[in-house]
Design a protein around this ligand. Structure first.
Ligand SMILES: *[C@@H]1O[C@H](CO)[C@@H](O)[C@H](O)[C@H]1NC(C)=O
Ligand SMILES: *[C@@H]1O[C@H](CO)[C@@H](O)[C@H](O)[C@H]1NC(C)=O
Ligand SMILES: *[C@@H]1O[C@H](CO)[C@@H](O)[C@H](O)[C@H]1NC(C)=O
Ligand SMILES: *[C@@H]1O[C@H](CO)[C@@H](O)[C@H](O)[C@H]1NC(C)=O
Ligand SMILES: *[C@@H]1O[C@H](CO)[C@@H](O)[C@H](O)[C@H]1NC(C)=O
Ligand SMILES: *[C@@H]1O[C@H](CO)[C@@H](O)[C@H](O)[C@H]1NC(C)=O
Ligand SMILES: *[C@@H]1O[C@H](CO)[C@@H](O)[C@H](O)[C@H]1NC(C)=O
Ligand SMILES: *[C@@H]1O[C@H](CO)[C@@H](O)[C@H](O)[C@H]1NC(C)=O
Ligand SMILES: *[C@@H]1O[C@H](CO)[C@@H](O)[C@H](O)[C@H]1NC(C)=O
Ligand SMILES: *[C@@H]1O[C@H](CO)[C@@H](O)[C@H](O)[C@H]1NC(C)=O
Ligand SMILES: *[C@@H]1O[C@H](CO)[C@@H](O)[C@H](O)[C@H]1NC(C)=O
Ligand SMILES: *[C@@H]1O[C@H](CO)[C@@H](O)[C@H](O)[C@H]1NC(C)=O
Length: 511
């Protein structure tokens, strides 16, 4: 009880004392410890305008218009067989190289087309000015053998990768398949046990498998109308790129396979992801920073299911993240909804999450996450790590149906500041069979920590949290399972709170 503020204890008692009015309404004049509402409203409007300007300027980026005489080279003309048994690697690579030569001499983009068929291949190098056109009923099949990838450097293990390329992309309506099931040592509905190519010294640990598709140090990248499926490891990797568009892409990974992330965007600027369908085991859309900052990422109109986080910033977070917009996204039965695992000192600012429906559920402790719909943490990874801060986050029009509450956890030198929740409905109900009361700080930090109760919103090291028009309900059936604290925080680490139109109570109660 010491853990909660006096105010919360008061309302908490109120819930039990007065069953008829089993809800809380905190009015500004009673409760605002922060900015006056007028200022809040202006900030809100301003962020809204900014986010609209941002999403407009990126979602309307023009499609590639191929001139009528654009060159198209078929891989079959270069000797590809497409029977799924013989390797077509050198034929495909020759077609790509010829296309690239055409581009460098004429400056016009060239297509490498794959007629219907299954094209087994070792690693391919995509080059400037080349569009891989994997047509409907064509499949590019990644080789499952270690010798299909370069012996020396595991960071270059991809089925298809573009390095230092410009005007480059993949389309066509077909599929690129990583044969992920060939990498499973033991199928397990909790979590598959995977092979790791860690015997040769080129890669250490248990994550030594090839990624599916990568764009590295590239500009003007387009990936559209394609299915990327069964990756052995990360699926689509965008590294130090500028001006990338990913649209109408389906990513289908095994739900039980670890590390088969959907889209990992690293150290890249001006990335637009739209109309994507991602159904996979590990993090679905995952911005990271390793060698430089990440600016201007928008993801809109997507559907996501994952056994990890649907959207996650981090955990690699050495540099800043700024100007990200996530809009019109459905998150279905995922282990976590919107997450930030800031661990390495990078700062996060100006992020909008709008029009998002989230349903989360708990699967298994071997996966990070405990069904938190929103999870923001900045604890340093280990004693040598710096603390990054998070500021100016807006969550607006968010509907949540989840097995756990919201977790907002800064750190002493990595505060969460200026966090806004607007127009949100949260329904908390636990239907799977797991014990409440554990808080998940992984990776690093304090790990899994025992906690007495499960709260609607847990806060620590927060400076400036404003809530407007937010309704929190929990299932009547769960009364015995510690669902009884709407807000939990220590006043010593949480300041500048403002609650306007916040209500909390049982699900089936008429108010
Ligand atoms: C990148 O490509 C350009 C030509 O497009 C070349 O001049 C440059 O050397 C390449 N850089 C690297 C690091 O390969
Ligand atoms: C996607 O590819 C299919 C098959 O090639 C084609 O029929 C369709 O028009 C393409 N759709 C878009 C949006 O490009
Ligand atoms: C190699 O990977 C396996 C998992 O496939 C793991 O059990 C083992 O510890 C790894 N070995 C090293 C040296 O990392
Ligand atoms: C971004 O890439 C698209 C497609 O490759 C291209 O049409 C557009 O001109 C690029 N924008 C900038 C600012 O370079
Ligand atoms: C992204 O923009 C930042 C800020 O301008 C810059 O420092 C960084 O080099 C850019 N990254 C890329 C990959 O263009
Ligand atoms: C991010 O987007 C803004 C607004 O469109 C633009 O002014 C800025 O240059 C972009 N930043 C980078 C690093 O490209
Ligand atoms: C939201 O995204 C879905 C696709 O997931 C799309 O069908 C719908 O039109 C989008 N809604 C708006 C308002 O853009
Ligand atoms: C969220 O759910 C509401 C009500 O079911 C629906 O109207 C809305 O379109 C959904 N939005 C998204 C992004 O799924
Ligand atoms: C994050 O912000 C702090 C405080 O402004 C600053 O000291 C630190 O260098 C920033 N981190 C990065 C990676 O720039
Ligand atoms: C929240 O629920 C109320 C009442 O059912 C509804 O009017 C409102 O549109 C909902 N808002 C969101 C963001 O789901
Ligand atoms: C939130 O939802 C309301 C009602 O559907 C809509 O008018 C408003 O534009 C939405 N806000 C944002 C930022 O999308
Ligand atoms: C529920 O949890 C208990 C205790 O951990 C376990 O013994 C039981 O098998 C579980 N039941 C289901 C259906 O998972």
């Amino acid at each position: 009880m010491e853990y909660m503020s006096m105010i919360i204890i008061f309302f908490f008692n109120n819930i039990h004392a007065n069953k008829v009015h089993d809800w809380i309404r905190l009015e500004t004049h009673k409760f605002a410890m922060g900015f006056p509402p007028l200022i809040l409203r202006s900030i809100f409007l301003l962020s809204l305008l900014l986010s609209l300007v941002q999403s407009r300027s990126y979602t309307s980026s023009p499609n590639i218009k191929l001139p009528g005489d654009a060159l198209a080279l078929s891989v079959t003309d270069f000797g590809a067989i497409g029977d799924g048994i013989h390797y077509d690697s050198s034929a495909i690579q020759s077609a790509i190289n010829a296309c690239n030569l055409h581009y460098t001499t004429s400056s016009s983009i060239c297509r490498v087309t794959f007629p219907p068929g299954t094209y087994l291949t070792a690693k391919l190098h995509l080059r400037s000015g080349v569009l891989l056109d994997v047509t409907e009923n064509a499949v590019l099949l990644g080789g499952p053998r270690i010798e299909d990838y370069p012996a020396e450097i595991s960071s270059e293990w991809y089925v298809v990768v573009a390095n230092n390329a410009t005007d480059v992309g993949i389309t066509g309506g077909g599929a690129i398949d990583g044969q992920g099931s060939e990498f499973v040592v033991r199928f397990d509905e909790k979590k598959n046990v995977m092979v790791s190519w860690n015997q040769t010294g080129a890669c250490l640990g248990d994550e030594c498998r090839p990624r599916l598709v990568g764009f590295v140090d590239s500009t003007n990248v387009q990936i559209w109308n394609i299915t990327l499926r069964e990756p052995a490891y990360w699926c689509l990797h965008i590294v130090r790129c500028d001006n990338t568009s990913v649209r109408d892409v389906s990513i289908l990974g095994d739900f039980n396979t670890p590390n088969n992330d959907g889209i990992d965007i690293e150290d890249s600027n001006n990335t637009v992801i739209t109309r994507c369908h991602i159904d996979t085991g590990d993090d679905a859309i995952c911005p990271k920073t390793y060698t430089g900052p990440l600016y201007n990422l928008t993801a809109t109109d997507c559907w996501i299911r994952t056994k990890s986080s649907a959207i996650k910033l981090g955990s690699a977070s050495w540099f800043d993240f700024k100007g990200l917009v996530f809009d019109n996204i459905t998150i279905s039965e995922s282990h976590r909804g919107l997450a930030m695992q800031i661990r390495d000192g990078g700062n996060v600012s100006d992020i909008t999450f709008s029009n998002i429906n989230i349903s989360t559920r708990y699967y298994d402790p071997s996966w990070w996450g405990r069904a938190e719909p929103i999870y923001i943490t900045t604890c340093p990874r280990d004693s040598s790590s710096k603390e990054g801060s998070v500021s100016n986050l807006l969550f607006v029009n968010v509907t949540i149906d989840s097995e756990n509450g919201v977790f907002l956890s800064g750190s002493p030198n990595g505060l969460l500041s200026d966090i806004k929740f607007r127009n949100m409905n949260l329904t908390l109900r636990r239907w799977s069979n797991y014990s409440a009361g554990l808080v998940d700080y992984r990776p690093g930090c304090q790990g899994l920590v025992n906690h007495s109760a499960t709260a609607g919103i847990i806060m620590e090291h927060v400076k400036g949290f404003s809530v407007e028009n937010v309704d929190l309900r929990w299932s009547d059936g769960d009364l015995n399972s510690a669902w009884n604290v709407p807000l939990e925080f220590r006043p010593s680490t949480v300041t500048n709170l403002s609650f306007v139109g916040f209500s909390s109570g049982l699900l089936h109660e008429s108010v």
